[in-house]
Design a protein around this ligand. Structure first.
Ligand code: MG
Length: 402
């Protein structure tokens, strides 16, 4: 199969930075959506993709093993460097191998297949709302507008080990695969994504249109999309190299605005969200995102209440007791136990320690602007380290002598 690629990453309309990254290194393609505050998110998503790339270029391991290694790299960095403590990232990767595509996936970025005009999701969201849908607590439609739909149950870099979903797809001529971050899927309904994918011919035109529509829908989050078009035939652009799996094949950079040397792997740097419990993988979080401005469904409240009850039975309490974050309590920076979320009026956290640091002072610093949303910590010690860092940063930002 020959593969034509389009890729774009956009900051969106609201965020101050882009914490999404993507990788285009034929035959390897990936998107990653970082979280954990500005810096943490950027570091997590780009470090994850760099790690996958490095192993891929050394022809080391399977795709899933490369993703597992990316998890380790992000986790170790967040343990070592407290400025990025608690960071994490999603990662959805596709490795083209002849007419097969291997997918590896963690988090709520997605892969879709458009075939004969039909759009199929190839990945499963590792989110709390997806679990609620699976357990019959809420409907798919309710999940789409659920205020906590960004709470992840699995992400890279938040624990020493991670469960990586794998999926294999047999492609046929005319297939189109989309990899994207939730900045697209949170803003644009699947039906509309399908229409755009079905009505555009050039893959770059497709990703540009997707980004444009997500932005006009509000662009609340960073938006990243990579489109792969599969055509019968040998890969076009292998001048010197046979199209061997595992060998990066040069290709023109897909970004329209970035003419440049081929063979480029490119990264872009979203948004923050929270993590909730996952029976299969490691949890942990970051911030909670603004909700999409879409009509809420009546009945959600009842569903949530029921879900809260069910989750409580299956150990939500135990889970929450093992989660930590730094946030704001009574106008002061504070350490919390739990996750920075509230479901149907139930707060999923409690204050452990209120510091003397005024939250306003911290929030004046760009890094801690979103403090009220919560900065996730791996454990109590990390939470204390974050507090210490905030103290230092606030102190050094004060005029001398004050
Ligand atoms: Mg995102």
């Amino acid at each position: 199969m020959n593969v034509r690629v389009g890729a774009a990453s956009d900051i969106g309309q609201v965020r101050e930075g882009n914490e999404d990254s993507f990788l285009v290194l034929a035959p390897l393609y990936a998107v990653a959506d970082g979280m954990g505050g500005h810096r943490g998110g950027e570091v997590a998503s780009s470090l994850a993709l760099e790690t996958v790339q490095a192993m891929f270029e050394r022809r080391e391991g399977s795709l899933a093993e490369q993703v597992t290694e990316a998890n380790r790299a992000v986790f170790e960095r967040s343990q070592r460097d407290r400025s990025v403590a608690g960071m994490g990232t999603t990662l959805t990767a596709a490795l083209v191998d002849g007419d097969r595509v291997h997918l590896a996936h963690v988090g709520d970025s997605r892969a879709y297949l458009l075939r004969d005009g039909e759009l199929t999701m190839l990945t499963e969201d590792h989110t709390l709302v997806h679990r609620m849908v699976m357990e019959g607590e809420i409907t798919e439609a309710e999940a789409e507008t659920h205020p906590h739909r960004s709470i992840l149950t699995r992400a890279l870099g938040v624990d020493g080990s991670v469960l990586v979903d794998e999926n294999d797809v047999q492609t046929i001529d005319g297939d189109r695969i989309l990899l994207c971050s939730d900045g697209l899927t949170g803003m644009v309904p699947d039906g509309e994504i399908r229409e755009i994918l079905a009505s555009t011919t050039d893959p770059q035109e497709a990703v540009d249109a997707l980004v444009r529509v997500a932005n006009s829908a509000g662009g609340i989050d960073n938006i990243t999309a990579v489109v792969l078009d599969f055509e019968e035939g040998e890969p076009e652009r292998s001048d010197t190299t046979e199209a061997v799996v595992g060998v990066p094949i040069p290709e023109p950079p897909p970004q329209a605005s970035a003419p440049g040397p081929a063979r480029a792997s490119r990264y872009r740097h979203t948004r923050e969200r929270s993590l909730g419990p996952d029976p299969a993988g490691g949890p942990r979080p970051s911030h909670s995102p603004p909700a999409r401005r879409t009509a809420r469904r009546v009945g959600v409240g009842a569903g949530i209440t029921l879900t809260v009850a069910v989750l409580a039975i299956v150990g939500l309490r135990l889970y929450l007791d093992s989660q930590w974050f730094v946030g704001v309590s009574n106008g002061r920076v504070a350490v919390f136990r739990g996750v920075p979320a509230e479901v149907a009026g139930f707060r999923l956290h409690s204050v452990v320690v209120e510091t003397t640091v005024p939250a306003g002072d911290a929030q004046e610093l760009a890094l801690y602007r979103d403090l009220a949303d919560g900065i996730t910590a791996a454990d109590r010690a990390s939470a204390d380290a974050i507090i210490e860092q905030i103290r230092e940063d606030v102190a050094s930002a004060q005029p001398a002598g004050s």
